[in-house]
Design a protein around this ligand. Structure first.
Ligand SMILES: O=C(O)C(=O)C[C@]1(C(=O)O)C=C[C@@H](O)C=C1
Length: 288
């Protein structure tokens, strides 16, 4: 059976790696590591992979707004979403002591998720990398002393690192939402209850009032409305709409379309359930 090639941001044992396998559960998968979200979108657009997994929101660090812009820019489609619990751990070569560590490597979002832990350990100097798991790999490959990584337990196991502190994120409610991206527009799902769209036009109060009343008329919830970061004056916005039935979303979108410019539906999908259970009770720095 052919394996589905899925682009991920980061390497083996990264959170994207785990998310990709869950998004394609039941299918044989080959993950294709990318170092940036842009290169991940480019790999998909250029058909180097079949699909891609991309983080879009984290409960502690917030929305990754530029990623909506990348989906739009590369003309990609959102087929599904997944909420995944994220468990962050401090790890180093076996035998290292936490008080002798000087540098801690990790993805900027992972560092942000552990900011209180880092404040409590000011001798640990954070250094941003492109991935949690590849930070663990670097420590192992270069036998870096006095250096730790913040990553998931799978990375510690893969690269033979010792976990010095576990559950170090701000809260045990640390969850990331991932999107499954594809090149072709998927057939409309009868069970779709969420729409992700972008459009252009600075919203005036009167347009916004009309938009909200239209959504209310179709019993559609506005779950997200944000300006996308941009270096131009384009004024792109992203919206996430939720409803019970796909028809409500389609009708509401049809009526909103004339109110705004360049409305683009990035995805009509099934809303993912937020994990209710926590990874583990937060263990405040189980220091060895
Ligand atoms: O570095 C990783 O392991 C990733 O998969 C990246 C990433 C992210 O982009 O937010 C994924 C999930 C976590 O929120 C932390 C980092």
């Amino acid at each position: 059976m052919n394996r589905t090639r899925i682009a991920i941001q980061g390497g083996p044992a990264s959170f994207h790696d785990a998310a990709a396998r869950q998004l394609l559960a039941g299918n044989p998968v080959e993950t294709v590591p990318c170092t940036t979200f842009r290169s991940l979108c480019a790999a998909l657009q250029q058909a180097e992979v079949d699909v891609a997994a991309m983080a879009i929101e984290n409960t502690l660090a917030g929305s990754l707004l530029p990623n909506y812009g990348l989906v739009q820019e590369y003309g990609l489609h959102i087929a599904a979403e997944l909420w995944m619990p994220i468990d962050q751990n401090l790890m180093a070569l076996p035998g290292q002591r936490i008080d002798a560590l000087q540098t801690v490597l990790s993805h900027p979002v992972a560092l942000a998720q552990c900011s209180s832990f880092l404040q409590r350990h000011p001798h640990l100097h954070p250094q941003e990398t492109h991935d949690t798991a590849d930070s663990a790999k670097l420590i192992q490959e270069q036998q870096l002393q006095n250096t730790a990584a913040i990553a998931g337990k799978a990375a510690a196991a893969l690269y033979g690192l010792e976990i010095l502190a576990e559950g170090i994120a701000e809260s045990n409610q640390n969850h990331t939402r991932f999107l499954l991206l594809q090149r072709e527009q998927p057939a409309t799902l009868a069970i779709a209850n969420k729409a992700i769209l972008t459009f252009r036009k600075p919203l005036h109060t009167s347009t916004l009032t009309l938009l909200l009343s239209l959504l209310q008329k179709h019993r559609v919830e506005l779950a997200l409305l944000q300006h996308l970061p941009s270096t131009t004056e384009r004024g792109d916005m992203v919206a996430e709409l939720e409803a019970e039935h796909v028809e409500q979303l389609q009708e509401a979108i049809g009526q909103v379309r004339p109110l705004v410019e360049e409305l683009q539906v990035l995805g009509l999908l099934q809303k993912a359930a937020r994990p209710a259970a926590t990874v583990s009770e937060k263990e405040t720095a189980a220091i060895h």
